[in-house]
Design a protein around this ligand. Structure first.
Ligand SMILES: C[S@@+](CC[C@H](N)C(=O)[O-])C[C@H]1O[C@@H](n2cnc3c(N)ncnc32)[C@H](O)[C@@H]1O
Length: 300
């Protein structure tokens, strides 16, 4: 195990060898990359503190013996322990922004990033002034919303105090603390009302499915993944409780991933709009406050 060439190595050699090593180890990719080469770039660039948008000349940059040892140590943990790179380097990218991550939070990867970068174009009737990121984890969704809407006030809520401790660090890192609050809550308990936009990526995986996930997912907090009732318990609670917390023209955008078919089948009379993504991803629905209020009895 490990990179063989130690003398005169440049970045391109290092990435070649590392990606071959990852291929041979049959890793699972799903925490920010989807192939061995990108995974190697993510690890090496993060470990060496290089910007991902460097031009191609960076490929001939020499890699010192000390740097190589650091990379080898991280690569060994990636292959032996199946630790996702984001946890190894303590950082993940979401909506073009870096976030601190560790095993207290799920690694940011939601397709919601695409909607945030596009400022929810065509989905919200006007610029939202009050936004809630429910089940915030690292705070990535809410903080990215605060950056996308510089006049908005954003609440980040989660049941996990551990996750919120890290979310607070990310709020400070992005210097949005004057507009962003961090709140501990079991879903909507004790939260305010009249949010123009509620965005949420809640747990939606059934216990049986979690047990079948690749080893990489076992490093993530179970609280971030598992939802009872075939994954639907928490999404259903959100649909029932959201109307009391939305403004008149408010909008709920919720990710339920591959549980979307089960949710749509459970609630056939609810007019979900299932969104499409240019960059991949599925299972994100949108409902207006009005639709949720009208759906009332069908949400039981
Ligand atoms: C799928 S993770 C999403 C994290 C983050 N929003 C993201 O997209 O990376 C779900 C989050 O929901 C939180 N959570 C689980 N049950 C909850 C509950 N009853 N109320 C509030 N948050 C909850 C977990 O602690 C976890 O941080």
């Amino acid at each position: 195990m490990g990179l063989k060439k130690e003398g005169g190595m440049v970045l391109a050699d290092c990435l070649d060898e590392l990606s071959q090593q990852f291929e041979a180890a049959d890793l699972f990719y799903g925490h920010g990359t989807d192939n061995a080469w990108d995974e190697a770039v993510y690890l090496v660039f993060s470990a060496l503190g290089l910007a991902f948008d460097e031009d191609d000349s960076i490929m001939s940059r020499p890699v010192t013996r000390g740097e190589l040892e650091r990379i080898q140590a991280l690569a060994k943990r990636r292959t032996d322990e199946r630790l996702p790179v984001a946890y190894l380097v303590g950082e993940a990218w979401f909506a073009g922004l870096p976030f601190k991550v560790d095993s207290r939070v799920l690694i940011p990867r939601s397709p919601l990033a695409e909607l945030i970068v596009e400022q929810f174009a065509g989905l919200v009737p006007a610029e939202p002034h009050k936004i809630l990121d429910l089940c915030t984890g690292s705070g990535c969704i809410g903080i990215a919303c605060a950056v996308a809407f510089p006049d908005a006030r954003v609440d980040l809520a989660d049941i996990s105090e551990d996750a919120l401790t890290l979310a607070r660090e990310n709020v400070l890192w992005h210097e949005v603390e004057e507009r962003v609050r961090v709140i501990q809550a079991d879903l909507f308990d004790g939260l305010g009302n009249a949010y123009d936009l509620i965005v949420t990526n809640p747990p939606y995986v059934s216990r049986e499915e979690v047990d079948d996930l690749p080893e990489e997912y076992r490093h993530e907090p179970e609280l971030g993944l598992v939802s009872n009732d075939d994954g639907l318990e928490i999404p259903l609670r959100i649909l029932r409780e959201a109307p009391q917390h939305l403004s008149e023209d408010g909008v709920l955008i919720m990710e339920v991933g591959y549980s979307w078919q089960a949710l749509a089948a459970r609630l056939p009379k609810v007019p979900f709009l299932w969104l499409e993504f240019a960059n991949g991803g599925e299972g994100v629905c949108m409902l207006t406050a009005r639709q949720l209020r009208e759906a009332g009895s069908h949400l039981i």
